[in-house]
Each structure stands twice: as structure tokens, then as C-alpha cells.
Design a protein around this ligand. Structure first.
Ligand code: GDP
Length: 198
């Protein structure tokens, strides 16, 4: 698939307003600042796409990008930690859970975590829902350029171990990633190609 040709398709304020549930979709999720926009940028080479989803203070939207007529990438915005009220976070999490569980065309979840702060509460929620939905999950440990490769791989091993211990490791893969250095991009593309295959 040519991810450089990805285009913005539509935004949906609620799950009910998503495009027709057909074809194949892969969703991207992560806490605010995890590096999701930068990763989508590195993948698509289109800085406008990811920026669409960064409008603080406005209603959170699910953003759909088309890879082809039948294949889509989906940006599930994280929430800003300081400014958003607890009730809105809860509501947003319900939407996320509903989307992950109900969306038939959803083939996989890419979950982004800053390598220096992996497996926070939000991430564990996402992994639990993905497990309940039987959804394959690919974890990107982002900003891996912030440390040497040895320590970065040790964190990857520690994350894999923690997932096993919490029985959240079924159908979950983990890789290090850097948008800045464009490292790990091949592996991410491989995963997306495999999931979006029709
Ligand atoms: P989002 O909120 O998840 O979309 O996160 P952004 O993509 O906006 O990134 C949040 C911050 O982390 C920004 O200051 C980025 O410049 C920085 N960042 C994102 N990816 C990388 C990376 O691969 N390496 C480094 N060093 N910084 C990054």
C-alpha cells in the first residue's frame, strides 16, 4: 500500500456518524503527546492530516483517512490531560470502547506510547478493550531516539513482560519507533499492509 497517497476522508463526532462499516480499517490511539501526529506524519508524509486532529478544547473527533477506496486509517484522538473535565474523559473513553468493540471492519489497533512512560492507565484500558474485542494490537514505543538502542530494547522487553504478566499479550506486538529518525517505519508499514490486506 502507498501510505504517501493517504487523504483525509471525514470526521465523526460520535461512533454513530462513522462512515459505512465496510472494507478494512486500522485505528491509531495514544495519550496526548504520545507522538501520534508525528507518527502519522512520518507514515503519510502529510503534515496536514494529523494536524486535523489537534484542535484543543473542541469536540473530540474520530478522523478517517483513506488509503484506497476500501482501506482506511483512523485517528482516535487522545485527550489533553489538564484541560479536559473528568466527565468528558469518561464519555470519550466510552466512545472509544464502543468503537473498538462494534466496528466490524476494524482489523487492528496501533497503540502509541512514549517510550519513557509506557503502559499508563489509558493504555491499559485500550489493551483491555482490544483484548475483549479480539482485536490485534501493535504497540509503538515512540521517541525511541531519546535513548540509546540498548536501553530502548530493554524497555521493549519490560513492556512485553508486563503484558504477559497481566495477560494482555494475546495478539499484541511491540516495537520501538522514532518519527524524528524515521526508525521502525518499515515494521509499522509491514503490520499495516498485513492488516489492511483485502
Ligand atoms: P500527539 O499529541 O500524540 O499527536 O503527539 P505529537 O506528535 O504532537 O508529539 C508530541 C511531542 O513529542 C512533540 O513535541 C513532538 O515534536 C515530540 N515527538 C513526537 N515524535 C517524536 C520522536 O520520534 N522523537 C522525538 N525526539 N520527539 C518526538
Amino acid at each position: 500500500l502507498n501510505f504517501r497517497a493517504v487523504e483525509f476522508l471525514t470526521s465523526a463526532p460520535t461512533v454513530a456518524e462513522c462512515p459505512e462499516d465496510s472494507g478494512a480499517e486500522v485505528a491509531f490511539a495514544g495519550r496526548s503527546n504520545a507522538g501520534k501526529s508525528s507518527a502519522i506524519n512520518a507514515l503519510t508524509g502529510n503534515s496536514k492530516l494529523a494536524r486535523t486532529s489537534k484542535t484543543p478544547g473542541r469536540t473530540q473527533l474520530i478522523n478517517f483517512f483513506s488509503v484506497s477506496e476500501t482501506q482506511r486509517l483512523v485517528d482516535l484522538p487522545g485527550y489533553g490531560y489538564a484541560k479536559v473535565a473528568r466527565s468528558m474523559k469518561d464519555e470519550w473513553q466510552r466512545h472509544l470502547a464502543f468503537y473498538l468493540e462494534q466496528r466490524q471492519c476494524l482489523r487492528g489497533l496501533v497503540l502509541l506510547m512514549d517510550i519513557r512512560q509506557p503502559l499508563k492507565e489509558f493504555d491499559l484500558h485500550m489493551l483491555t478493550w482490544a483484548k475483549q474485542a479480539g482485536l490485534p494490537t501493535h504497540i509503538l514505543l515512540t521517541k525511541a531516539d531519546k535513548m540509546k538502542n540498548g536501553p530502548a530494547q530493554n524497555i521493549r522487553f519490560a513492556v512485553e513482560k508486563a503484558l504477559r504478566e497481566q495477560e494482555l499479550d494475546t495478539d499484541v506486538t511491540v516495537q520501538t519507533f522514532s518519527a524524528t529518525k524515521r526508525s521502525g517505519l518499515d515494521k509499522l508499514e509491514q503490520t499495516l499492509n498485513q492488516w489492511l490486506r483485502v
